[in-house]
Each structure stands twice: as C-alpha cells, then as structure tokens.
Design a protein around this ligand. Structure first.
Ligand SMILES: Cc1cc2nc3c(=O)[nH]c(=O)nc-3n(C[C@H](O)[C@H](O)[C@H](O)COP(=O)(O)O)c2cc1C
Ligand SMILES: CCCCC(=O)C(=O)O
Length: 302
C-alpha cells in the first residue's frame, strides 16, 4: 500500500499484516458460514444516495444528542472486547480517540483495560456494555463500578446467551487474554484445550437464562438508563418499549453471533415499529446511524 491509509479497507489490510493471525481472525471474523457477515456489507452497498442539488452546504452540522449527550456526528464507538490484542494501550487509546472526536465510547465488559483505567484516561462520554454472568453478583459489581466511575448508561447485550460458533477461532484455539474487569473475581480457566478457549469460557461464564423479567432486576440495581443491544425484530422492539428501557441498539453483533440473521440495516424499519423512539443502528464496523426522539414521543409508545 502506498502512503497513508485513506479508508477503512486499507486500515483493515494493515491490521491483517500487523497482527498475529489468531487476533486478526478474531477481530474480523463472523460466525459459522459468515453469511450474515457478507450480507452486512452487501446490504449497505445496495443503498445508494439520491442527491439533491443546488442546496447551500457551505456550513453543515452533523451533531446530535444521545440520551441528552451532545456528540459531533451520529457515530459512536461500539463495544468491542480485548483491544490490547490489537494495541498495547488498549481501550484507553480508543477512549481518547472517542474524546478527540467528541463522541461516545461504549466500553465492553470484556475489555483489556479496566472500567476505572478508561474512566481516568480522558473525558470521553462513556457508556458501559454489560454481559450478565451466571453469578449475578459479578454483573451487579460491574454495573456499580461503571456507575461510580461516571459511565452514563448501561448497554445490555442480549444476543449472546451462547457465544457464536466462530470457526476461525475454533481452528486457531482462540485464547482468553487477561480480562481486567473480572480479574480475581471470575476465573478464565477452562478445562479443555480444544477448539476456541474463548468460546468455552463464555459458555461457562455467561448466563444463558437471561430473559425479559431480568430487565426488572437490572433496573433495580442501577439508576443509569439501560439500552438493549441486539434487537432485530419488531416484536422484541415492542417488548423493549414495554419493559421501560431508554432505547435499543439494532444489531446482529457484527454477524459474530447467530449466522443467517438479516443484515442489520435491512431490519431498521421493522425494528422502529413505525414509530420514532430512541434507537441506534450498527453497520460496517461501528454504529453508523442513529435516530433519537424526545421523552414525549417515547412515552407515547407506552
Ligand atoms: C472484535 C469484536 C469484538 C466485539 N466485542 C463485543 C463485546 O464485547 N460486546 C458487545 O456487546 N459487542 C461486541 N461486538 C459487537 C459490536 O459491538 C457491534 O455489535 C458490531 O461490531 C457491529 O457490527 P459491525 O461490525 O457490522 O458494525 C464486537 C465486535 C467485534 C468486531
Ligand atoms: C464471547 C464474547 C466475546 C466478546 C464479544 O462480544 C465478541 O467477540 O463479539
């Protein structure tokens, strides 16, 4: 590649060259046949612009608000685990980039820097993504640490009752690197060394029984607004309004969980339930589009 990278594809190629295969495959891969991974990209490509002309665009403003926090454009940093596999500064560097771009950083539960380290590293507005452990006390502790350290919302990921079957990770025997938020609290040891160790760990640790009634439990342990991440259907979007969360993230987890789900962009209309309420949509690599409405519109759904 000549010169500095100028687009995401070129950055991806540099990452492929720089990272050990195990890590590159973890970051870039999807589940099973990777049908949805391909669809996520192709469905976006099928959407083209319908440009209108002779409009004064000499001054443009893409800023918007998310849960009342102003950001420079409707683009946020989605929660992704284990950034130190890609860079020694891990999520601290990602959070600084979010702060420099005036946007929100969503820190993953399975980050390689702690909730506290990221909080003290910069002034990015931060949300915390939660995976609920079988041991609910662990989840409660994570939520309380996020709250104490100034995170502004809990993003509850609900599409991972079981980790996705990621075939590259199975072949590479993907490791579980140090997960600093749970170090000394949850053991990352697993009793087999076949296949993806990460998958075995997640199966052992994460609570596959999580269901709608647990939203009440989560609401009882935090005052922070809750977003449900991983909604793909109208029925579930309606249920989310009924349990009183602050919003949803329309997402198929970057095609890393259940394969043969539709591309995220194609279910945007369905998941919006014909109404405008708080919704984040994910596309290629990061959240790509967002729609927000005021409190009155939210409550008109109830
Ligand atoms: C390497 C990687 C790690 C991820 N880790 C998490 C995670 O820890 N928690 C989570 O809720 N989502 C995680 N995700 C999913 C992202 O938050 C997001 O849903 C997905 O990347 C969006 O799709 P896109 O890549 O098509 O934009 C991860 C995604 C990737 C690519
Ligand atoms: C088992 C979950 C690990 C982190 C994650 O959410 C992902 O890799 O997509």
């Amino acid at each position: 590649m000549e010169g500095e990278p100028v687009n995401v594809n070129e950055f991806q190629e540099l990452a492929r060259q720089a990272l050990p295969k195990m890590y590159y495959d973890f970051f870039s891969g999807g589940a099973e046949d990777q049908y949805t991974l391909k669809e996520n990209l192709e469905a976006f490509r099928r959407i083209t612009f319908r440009p209108r002309i002779l409009v004064d665009v000499s001054r443009i403003n893409l800023s918007t608000t998310v849960l009342g926090y102003k950001i420079s454009a409707p683009i946020m940093v989605a929660p992704t685990g284990m950034h130190k596999l890609a860079h020694p500064e891990g999520e601290i560097a990602t959070a600084r980039a979010a702060a420099a771009s005036n946007t929100i950083m969503v820190l993953s539960s399975v980050s390689s820097c702690t909730i506290e380290e990221v909080a003290s590293s910069c002034n990015a507005i931060r949300f915390f993504q939660l995976y609920v452990h079988k041991n609910r006390d662990v989840a409660a502790q994570l939520v309380q640490r996020a709250e104490r350290n100034g995170y502004k919302a809990i993003v509850l990921t609900v599409d991972t009752p079981m980790p996705g079957r990621r075939e590259a990770d199975i072949k590479n025997k993907m490791i579980v690197p140090p997960l600093k938020n749970i170090e000394g609290i949850v053991s990352t040891e697993v009793d087999n060394d076949e296949g993806s160790i990460l998958e075995s760990f997640a199966k052992r640790a994460l609570d596959a029984s999580l269901c709608w009634r647990d939203i009440g439990w989560l609401r009882s342990i935090t005052n922070l607004p809750i977003l449900i991440k991983g909604v793909l259907t109208r029925e579930d979007a309606i249920k989310a309004t009924e349990v009183g969360v602050a919003g949803i993230v329309v997402s198929n987890h970057g095609a890393r969980q259940l394969d043969y789900t539709p591309a995220t962009i194609t279910v945007l209309e369905e998941a919006s339930c014909g109404c405008r309420w708080f919704m984040l949509l994910e596309g290629k690599f990061l959240c790509s589009l967002m729609e927000e409405c005021g409190e009155e519109q939210m409550s008109s759904r109830h």
